[in-house]
Design a protein. Sequence first.
Lengths: 267, 116
Amino acid sequence: MINKIISIQITAFLGTLLLFGCSQNQEKTEQKAIPIMEWKFIKEIPLGDIAPIGIASQGNFFWLSDVDNNRIVKIDFEGQIIEEFNGFERPMHIAIQGDKIYIPEYSTDSIKILENGNISNYEINEQPDAIGGVAINGNTVAIADFYNNRIILNQGDKTNIIGKEGHNDGELYYPTDIDIHNNLIYVADAYNNRVQVFDFKGKYVKMIGWNEGINVATGLKVTDTQIIIADFEGNRVLVYDLDGKLLQTLSGNFNKLEFLQKVGQKS
Amino acid sequence: MKTTIKTTGITLIMLLAALFTTNTVNAQTTEKTYIKIEVDGLSCPFCAYGLEKKLKKIAGSKDVFIQLEEGEATMSVPKDQKPTEEELRKIVKDAGFTPKEITFSKTPFKTKKDDK
């Protein structure tokens, strides 16, 4: 019996969410099982006047950063707002760890933590200029520092700076989103039209998406098997394996894609 | 008696002086200069809100509003804190964009906000 993992892939654009289901089958080649993932459209969720940038899933809900309206909203799968928290200043790509939602404020160069309705500040040792996104993994926090063209990496008390302005390998040009997976840092290097991968020491590892002519790489999500990139101007989602091989391109009724989130549901 | 009249007189003069000063300050602060900046390269929200962030740092700036599709930024400043065109061009360039036409006006510019 082949185990099936059904996941829901969320892509968001102006005013709606699109849900994609991903079925994983296994094909046997010689003695090694190779999973083949294919995303399929499931449904569209209307978002009304929400202008989403960031998304994080929590159980049967999504948290969205509503950048135009300076708020964070919690919605269900029908798009109904369950909770909302106002007063954030241009919240961008958010991250979630347990009950804590990390919210970077683009205008104030700060990160707020929303936990059970209470808001506190996350301390940043370096001075960023417009935080595009934040990623959390264990005690590691990675921050996409948009105008400084760098990543601020906090691990406990240690802070490292990764990248500098430029277009070569290891250099960044307006990073907007970030993710951490298997001790690697994935950066949506927006106006270099690619995703770059670094290790925790800041060493450049590889580049993804260069061959596909990405217009603006604004959103990013890394799973156990895939790297998923939102191409804002290209109105498409590009799905790669962890080696950077293009697996699938999701396109259709997208309009200015900004972010990605995967919700796993095993059945 | 004389002392009372004298004290009342001084108080009145001080009140009038305070009133005059307040009116003068109000007259100065309510006079605004409205600015419209046409910008090349505004393509995503990160760009739009990046420019907003930089323009909000201008002394006295208010009502900063970015229209992504139109490639325009509008704002107001107190007349006596009006930045020069050169200063504005530098701010826009530092924000990562190419400034085009910059217009100063005594009256507000029409934006999408007005249509709502």
